[in-house]
Design a protein around this ligand. Structure first.
Ligand SMILES: [Zn+2]
Length: 203
């Protein structure tokens, strides 16, 4: 991974990569998707600009969440049969990575957790069943195949627009689990719903 100043390989606009853990950056001017490597930016061929919608957040905005300052680095939109949701990637002042899932104005705050034991394949997981996640029993509440419809800025996942993500949502002792199966990796995130007034955006 790399952070620093780059130029978009497609339109040459300056592209700033702030977080060294970012895996993908999407140009805000032309929508070019690039993977971030120590050698620099590698265009993946996809261009996917995002139709805007009303939100309290935008890429570049700063604010505070539960007493921690944040900066919004990126945004990703997922579309599925039931509609769409957005993921906002935040860099926190304490160095942690956090993302906020926004679904019809409801926010869930997630942090990544490492998978310590293998999961069954996506197709073998069914809604309403129990799933062993890192030795704990999680109840599977939802399962979706979602299209990554577009994005902008820095992303912590190695996903690119046009890709389909297989998503499993669950509940484990009051915590919300989100598991995303992509061709390259399985991402486990643990979070909780947060009231919108806990997110304070600087004007
Ligand atoms: Zn560009």
């Amino acid at each position: 991974m790399a952070s620093g100043e780059f130029n978009c390989p497609s339109c040459a606009a300056p592209l700033h990569v702030e977080n060294r853990f970012s895996k993908v950056v999407i140009c805000q001017y032309c929508g070019q998707t690039c993977s971030v490597s120590p050698e620099g930016l590698d265009p993946t061929g996809e261009k996917a600009q995002l139709a805007d919608f009303e939100s309290i957040l935008s890429v570049g905005s700063t604010g505070s969440f539960r007493g921690r300052d944040f900066k919004v680095l990126g945004r990703l939109r997922y579309k599925y049969d039931g509609g769409f949701w957005d993921e906002w990637f935040l860099s926190m002042s304490d160095g942690k990575k956090l993302w906020l899932q926004e679904d019809e104005g409801e926010f869930t705050a997630f942090e990544k957790e490492t998978l310590t034991a293998p999961l069954p394949p996506f197709d073998e997981i069914s809604v309403g069943s129990m799933l062993d996640v890192n030795g704990k029993q999680a109840f599977v509440t939802e399962k979706n195949k979602a299209l990554i419809a577009g994005g902008v800025g820095e992303l912590y996942f190695a996903v690119t627009p046009g890709m389909t993500a297989n998503c499993v949502d669950g509940n484990c002792g009051g915590q919300l689990l989100s598991i995303e199966f992509t061709p390259d990796e399985i991402n486990l995130s643990v979070g909780e719903e947060v009231p919108i007034d806990s997110i304070v955006v600087n004007s």
